[in-house]
Design a protein around this ligand. Sequence first.
Ligand code: SUG
Length: 416
Amino acid sequence: MLREINFDGIIGPSHNYAGLSLGNIASTNNAGAISQPRAAALQGIEKMRANLRLGLAQGFFMPLDRPNNAWLNGLATDMANAEPHIRAAAFSASAMWAANAATVSPAPDTADRKCHLSAANLLTMAHRSHEWTGTLAQLKLAFADPEYFRVHGPVPPPYGDEGAANFMRLCTAHDQPGVEIFVYGKAGGPFPARQHIESSKAIARAHRLDPARTLFVQQSETAIAAGAFHNDVVAVANERVLFAHEQAFEFPEQTYADIKRLMPEAEIVIVPADRVSLADAIQSYLFNAQLVTLPAGGMALILPSEAETNERVWGWLSEMVAGNGPIRKLVPVDVRQSMANGGGPACLRLRVVADPVTVDQRFIADETKLDIIAEVIARHWPESISPEQLGDAGLINQVQAARLALLEACGLSELS
Ligand code: SUG
């Protein structure tokens, strides 16, 4: 039975605030702050538990090996000698934002009826550009069964790809053929557009999608300039529902018309800018929510607690769920440590539509496994990291040992 599985990136022991992402307001504002990797990772575990309790299928990915010494070797340096920005890039725990790991086209959408996954190159940001090697190794292990999955390497440079953060799928039900929507940006404003149309088109070809059921939509320049460095900061889709900010797309009317033409059942819920400004949307991350179908029917938004404390945002959301629209429930979750780097609940997960039994079971979560993982985190993850500590040999050893302990506890030491 095909169903949506959310794979969360377990927040790695090197989680820190280095201010590495130009155009990501939270990352810039919190540059230099002291991070709390242990609390961060436990917040991520609690989010997974809450989703399991809602009856959703849950998986996870391991943190990557940091610092990335192979990448530093390629730059002819190491942690002791690298310049601070290179050191921070090598040490980043950014693979936690699994929405950026890959683009996923479920089997009902592809010509060969296999689920295709393409690892994202993430080449716009130095600290993310070296994630794909570790990510690809993990995808190949988790989705190894060739009868059901095809795992592709990243699109080659110079075309930037940020994975599922710039991708949406509309369908009547997850196991039915869908309309796949790739959202790309055009550089022109103060911040980079990270998703290039050439990458999106390459992935659509590699995944053997039906061109008649595939859309390429331009992200709004205004949204990128306001800090929407990924489309999933201003829009989210689930089944036949698109929930988006009025200023998410450069050509909104055309975008909605194209969606309606390909899928007349689509329901488009637009949040007007005069109720929730782009600034409020980006501060509260109400769109960086997991829009999910509950087993009992109806949809819920699993959103960051920051959305609850923003009066204008919460006011609008409360009116929305009280009405008779498709989204009926709001579930705030505390992922503040990730949020301070610009990563909300939706950033932390990669959606894969598959039969859970066809996935390597070591990546599938249940309460007992989450207990084991939480214990490893509590025992091994650093309590705090300040930016000056990044080259510290003791910290590096602790971070490496912490990850190895987790791999061992999950039977995944082959990823070490
Ligand atoms: O790529 N932040 C991440 C946040 C990614 C959010 N993902 C989605 N929207 N799907 C990024 O900008 C900050 C790291 C730092 O500054 O230390 C960072 O990489």
